[in-house]
Design a binder for this molecule. Structure first.
Ligand SMILES: Cc1cc2nc3c(=O)[nH]c(=O)nc-3n(C[C@H](O)[C@H](O)[C@H](O)COP(=O)(O)OP(=O)(O)OC[C@H]3O[C@@H](n4cnc5c(N)ncnc54)[C@H](O)[C@@H]3O)c2cc1C
Length: 386
């Protein structure tokens, strides 16, 4: 077992940490206040090769390992833990799907996406189906060599800024994962409209609904085989969930280290706060739990790099990482006393942002069901797995 990063990984880690410190952290709260998606910085991220890093060289990517892509996600999230939800998490899902597309779709969408010139959104959730994603009802009807799409997608990260969306729609009637196909939909097509949400956090990557009304797209914008789209989505989730977890852990660790500095300096009853066990022990407990989950994240990514299954590990970290991270950041706020509750410190924003990660890409409940299925088998699930 070797925990040492390669020379190249260390360089990428250093560069992404520098980018997070210099470019992301100073504007983190401004983007939240102003609800601005920093397109210019995403372009820089594209130039630095931080987007879609594991896309194969044959498709214009760098062909980096998932571990390396995870390192970048973790480092960027030290400066801003909401933007990577669009660029690294939805971005990973979309890039992985586009790699399965034809030449035309790759040229039109994958290339500008990797360059940071176009923003993508991943659209599976609907008003009537989230956890039970396979029950989606958006329709795609074949008409000659085009498809006509009708339906509504909800809760979509960065949909207000997206140039194109990866949309899952039903090509066969029913309410199961069978017969679901995946399509690229440019957001400027006639019949496409969006509506923004007012969210608790992650305000730079405004979520919203996507409406599709008789939207006509060429057959060449279908990704993968007709009716086989759902499996493609699920394959991506095993990785994107881990990136999300690293995205949750980073701001918690940064907050804990800031808190350590604070309690070493701040005094009460004539002694530094850090000398009281009621102050130091919670910090130690959070650091221990987060380090354990962080290592499990990297184990899961390593497994996938070896072509081995990682579904169980992805399910485990997905319920633990955001929960442990929110618990840690909440304690950091309390340990900063009344200052911690002000907007002068990034702690409250981090708490709001990390809370989103509990729900996005699957709630703690569905993550535990995934782990349960892996250990106990499908026959012991509380529902008929689609
Ligand atoms: C910040 C954020 C970003 C998101 N980004 C995207 C995006 O980019 N693209 C996209 O397609 N979607 C996105 N989503 C949607 C997200 O994937 C769904 O919200 C999530 O899967 C849950 O679905 P739901 O909201 O419909 O909840 P529901 O499915 O209605 O579930 C409600 C509650 O019931 C629980 N529950 C459901 N079934 C079971 C069960 N069998 N056993 C126990 N408990 C159960 C759930 O855990 C949850 O707590 C995002 C959501 C958030 C909050």
């Amino acid at each position: 077992m070797d925990f040492e990063l390669s020379k190249e990984q260390k360089m990428i880690q250093k560069e992404s940490r520098r980018f997070a410190q210099e470019e992301l952290a100073p504007r983190y709260s401004q983007w939240d206040r102003e609800k601005t998606y920093p397109r210019n910085l995403v372009k820089k991220m594209g130039e630095l090769g931080f987007i879609g890093m594991s896309v194969g060289k044959q498709n214009g990517g760098l062909g980096e390992s998932y571990v390396t892509e995870g390192i970048v996600c973790e480092e960027l999230s030290r400066g801003d833990c909401s933007l990577p939800m669009s660029t690294q998490v939805a971005g990973h899902l979309c890039a992985g799907l586009l790699e399965q597309g034809g030449k035309e779709a790759k040229k039109a969408f994958l290339e500008p996406f990797l360059a940071g010139e176009q923003i993508c959104a991943f659209c599976i959730t609907e008003p009537g189906s989230g956890t039970d994603a396979g029950a989606l009802q958006t329709r795609a009807e074949k008409k000659g060599n085009t498809y006509i799409l009708n339906g509504e997608k909800s809760g979509i990260t960065a949909i207000m800024d997206a140039d194109f969306a990866l949309v899952f729609a039903r090509t066969e009637p029913g309410a199961t994962a069978k017969g679901v196909s995946c399509f690229v939909v440019p957001c400027n097509l006639p019949g496409v409209s969006t509506q923004a949400y007012e969210d608790l956090g992650c305000n730079a990557i405004v979520r919203g609904s996507l409406f599709l009304q008789n939207v006509e797209i060429p057959e060449s914008y279908r990704i993968g085989e007709e009716g086989k789209g759902f499996k493609l989505a699920m394959r991506g989730f095993d990785i994107s969930r881990i990136f999300l977890c690293l995205e949750a852990i980073s701001p918690a660790l940064v907050s804990l280290h800031e808190t350590i500095e604070h309690v070493k300096k701040r005094e009460a009853f004539g002694r530094p706060l850090a000398t009281f066990e009621g102050v130091s022990f919670p910090i130690v407990e959070h650091l221990s739990l987060l380090e354990a989950v962080r290592l499990l994240c990297y184990k899961a990514l390593w497994l996938r790099d070896q072509g081995l299954p990682s579904t169980k590990e992805a399910g485990m970290v997905k319920w633990m990482a955001p929960r442990f991270s929110t618990n840690a950041i909440r304690d950091c706020i309390v340990l900063h006393g009344h200052y911690g509750y002000t907007k002068e410190y990034p702690l409250e924003q981090r708490l709001r942002d990390v809370l989103a990660i509990e729900i996005a890409d699957g709630t703690p409940q569905v993550s535990k069901l995934v782990v349960q299925r892996e250990f106990m088998g499908r026959n012991f699930l509380p529902y008929n797995y689609r």
